[in-house]
Design a protein around this ligand. Structure first.
Ligand code: BTN
Length: 223
């Protein structure tokens, strides 16, 4: 399948006004977050999305690597919100909500959010989200939300196999990556606009809490 066609396939699942309308698709990248941040510095438009099939230097939270074999979804969204920098971390929660809704829509699997932003099913992690931002004095110049979803991966390293799974393993069949990507972006654009209306989670809190596994339980903060 040629590269341009795959990019177009993703676009065909989009109902968005602005998100993903500028879409960069590459078969392999170091990290979609690294590339989206470069585009952020280069003044690329808000809503630009970078997608790849595999990453050679995928980044996880707390400086960890995100092992990124072919078959999954790896993408980063470039945003330019006009909000205070300390509010940017809430966009990660918005993304977790969008990923849950999209997975439920495409696979009918019952997924949950493990606070603050891991998406899990049967106690196993299906998705990681890494939000990075850049500020210029007091203002945000851009925010990059990077999302990795374990879609069609069948094997996990022994040290993580007890805590990670994929949609294909849970569903018993492969899942269309382009369709899932389109759906995540569709949900994200709607929720993100609600977030911008109030600059907090108030309009989304009910839906977020309904999906939260550890709602009302004590959680240990690591960072
Ligand atoms: C976590 O540690 O849970 C966050 C993992 C985030 C991984 C995604 S994959 C797409 C994007 N590009 C990266 O390098 N990281 C994020």
């Amino acid at each position: 399948m040629d590269i341009e066609w795959k990019g177009k396939q993703i676009t065909s699942y989009l109902n968005t006004k602005w998100l993903g309308r500028s879409l960069l698709y590459m078969e392999q990248l170091d990290s979609t977050n690294i590339q989206a941040k470069k585009l952020g510095e280069e003044k690329a438009i808000q809503g630009t999305v970078v997608v790849t099939e595999r990453q050679t230097a995928g980044k996880g939270r707390r400086g960890r690597n995100w092992i990124s074999p072919e078959g999954n979804c790896y993408f980063s969204m470039l945003l330019r919100p006009d909000i205070l920098p300390e509010k940017a971390s809430m966009i990660t929660l918005v993304a977790a909500l969008a990923v849950c809704k999209a997975i439920e829509e495409i696979t009918q699997l019952e997924v949950r959010i493990k606070w603050p932003n891991d998406v899990v099913c049967n106690g196993k992690k299906l998705c990681g989200i890494l939000t990075e931002s850049s500020t210029d004095e007091l203002h945000l110049t851009y925010v990059v939300v990077g999302i990795g979803v374990n879609v069609n991966q069948k094997e996990f390293a022994p040290e993580i196999s007890h805590m990670a799974s994929s949609l294909a393993l849970l569903k018993g069949e492969d899942v269309n990556q382009a369709r899932l990507l389109g759906s995540i972006m569709n949900w994200f654009e709607v929720y993100y606009e609600h977030f911008l209306d109030t600059e907090d989670m108030s309009l989304l809190l009910q839906e977020y809490n309904m999906l939260l596994i550890n709602c009302g339980k004590d959680v240990r903060m690591i960072d």
